[in-house]
Design a protein around this ligand. Structure first.
Ligand code: ZN
Length: 496
């Protein structure tokens, strides 16, 4: 078991407002980070913003303000949203941080001195909004294959990172490290791409005459650094000035990304690190996309889900639960309001919320004694799941973890019906104490198990159960305590 966990999200590009895709990566990374802390690891969970490049300059120009003013404002929006989504990041990096810029320049120098960077004259098709050169054969009907817009024929001198030299080495690396790119479908995609295409060298500069909003190349001040080259380095640069000191945080434990940025991470970033002689991250995990009732989310369709609207209506706990429960992480998911409501009512309000409220009511009403010495089978359920968590979280199988937790919740509900405490209250107080203690302890375990997914609901369960100092670890049988402090409160997930 790794003692430390360094978990990252992508740096979000601040040319537009945050949407559900950003929230999804963020919540998944947060859940993983919270579990790692819960299991006793030292955690550094990093997120941040990508702030250089043409699109940022354009967005600022369009608003008649400086790129810096634009990015400061957008960064505020992202940070606010993370607070509202209960994101527990330990660090927030901005690519405009002086320390980051210095790291980028020093790594560029290192590559340049090693002969990994070369100046060349280049003629190619360039998509201005995407800041990307395309080969003739990549174009689709003469237009940018990524965004479908017009491309420009550009001839200019630029600096290239000699990425093509690493093609075979990267294939070998991926083959010998089956856990490096996950899920397997993405790994196979990258391998297929590498085996069937010749890897180009990577243009890493933009002439200042065309774009000034970027990090100047240390060896040629007439150029700024290509925005991806700058942004990817954040994962490494943050370990030097944002991460808690005294720990070797590099290589990262897991880069969580969306599948749209798989190539930049698995190919650009991996070969950049190879060029620098730095270790590669342990895992790159690319998750899928959300469609809305079967359609791709887009501004023109007017079906963009604003995370905050859902949070305001249903609460942050339900929002986090739904995203990680509804689809197995890595696959694409479909978002529909009916499914959201159904999950809310069935899993959260009925299965979990009702169970808590019923058990606490019965304990108040029948005043049983607290007797954890005869657990009636439930200690086994929570022991079993505890033994599997490391593997399930290690593979980012969030929905499987929730399935397992809900098996416990559902069997507790069946147990209530079958043991009928309302009858035992009249006939067998010893058995009544055994049953209600079992249910109470089970709820204590569940409160700690749901913590990574729904930290707020977990805290409220602890409060109502009267567990005053819940601690961070996963609760074991008999840890929950006494009946004495129970404070029954409002429903955990009120019916809407
Ligand atoms: Zn384009």
């Amino acid at each position: 078991m790794d003692e430390i966990a360094y978990i990252t999200t992508p740096l979000y590009y601040v040319n537009a407002e945050p949407h559900i895709g950003h929230a999804y990566t963020q919540i998944a990374a947060d859940t993983l980070a919270r579990y790692c802390r819960q299991s006793g690891k030292k955690v550094f969970f990093l997120t941040g913003t990508d702030e250089h490049g043409q699109k940022i300059q354009d967005a600022a120009d369009a608003r008649g303000i400086s790129p810096r003013e634009h990015t400061d404002e957008m960064v505020g929006k992202f940070k606010d949203l993370w607070v509202k989504l209960d994101i527990s990041n330990d660090g927030f990096i901005r690519t405009t941080d002086e320390e980051h810029k210095e790291t980028v320049r020093s790594l560029l120098n290192k590559l340049y001195e090693k002969g990994e960077i070369e100046k060349r004259s280049y003629t190619g098709w360039y998509c201005v909004p995407d800041e990307r050169f395309w080969r003739e054969k990549d174009l689709e009907e003469g237009k940018c294959p990524e965004c479908g817009r017009e491309v420009e024929r550009i001839r200019e001198d630029n600096y290239f990172f000699l990425m093509s030299a690493y093609q075979e080495k990267l294939i070998e690396y991926i083959n010998s490290n089956p856990g490096y790119i996950k899920p397997d479908i993405r790994r196979n995609e990258v391998l297929g791409f590498l085996k069937n295409n010749r890897l180009d060298d990577l243009c890493i500069s933009r002439p200042k005459s065309r774009l000034s909003w970027g990090i100047p190349l240390p060896f040629d001040e007439n150029y700024v650094t290509y925005v991806w080259f700058d942004a990817l380095i954040n994962y490494y640069s943050a370990t030097g000035y944002i991460a808690p000191p005294g720990v070797n945080w590099w290589p990262a434990t897991c880069h969580l990304i969306g599948k749209d940025i798989l190539t930049t991470h698995s190919v650009y970033w991996s070969t950049m690190l190879m060029g620098l002689g730095l270790p590669l991250p342990r895992k790159i995990f690319a998750h899928g996309w959300w469609t809305i009732t079967g359609e791709k989310m887009s501004k023109s369709r007017g079906n963009v889900i604003a995370p905050l609207d859902l949070v305001e209506q249903w609460g942050v706990n339900a929002f986090r639960y739904f995203l990680l429960r509804q689809v197995s992480f890595g696959m694409d998911g479909n978002f529909s309001e009916e499914q959201f409501i159904s999950r809310y009512e069935t899993d959260l309000a009925n299965d979990l919320g009702n169970l808590l409220s019923r058990v606490l009511s019965m304990i108040s009403k029948y005043s049983p004694s607290y007797d954890p010495s005869r657990p009636d089978g439930f200690e086994k359920l929570s022991e079993d799941i505890s033994g599997d968590l490391e593997e399930l979280y290690g593979e980012l199988r969030f929905s499987s973890v929730l399935d397992r937790i809900w098996e416990i919740v559902k069997s507790a509900n069946v147990y209530v019906e079958r043991s009928a405490p309302w009858n035992l209250a009249k006939s067998d107080t010893e058995r009544l104490s055994q049953v209600l203690t079992s249910l109470y302890e089970t709820l204590g375990c569940v409160a700690s198990l749901i913590y990574p997914f729904m930290p707020g609901a977990s805290a409220e369960m602890n409060r109502q159960l009267g567990i005053e100092e819940p601690g961070l670890g996963i609760r074991r049988w008999g840890d929950a305590g006494r009946f004495g402090n129970i404070k029954k409160g409002d429903p955990l997930f009120p019916k809407k």
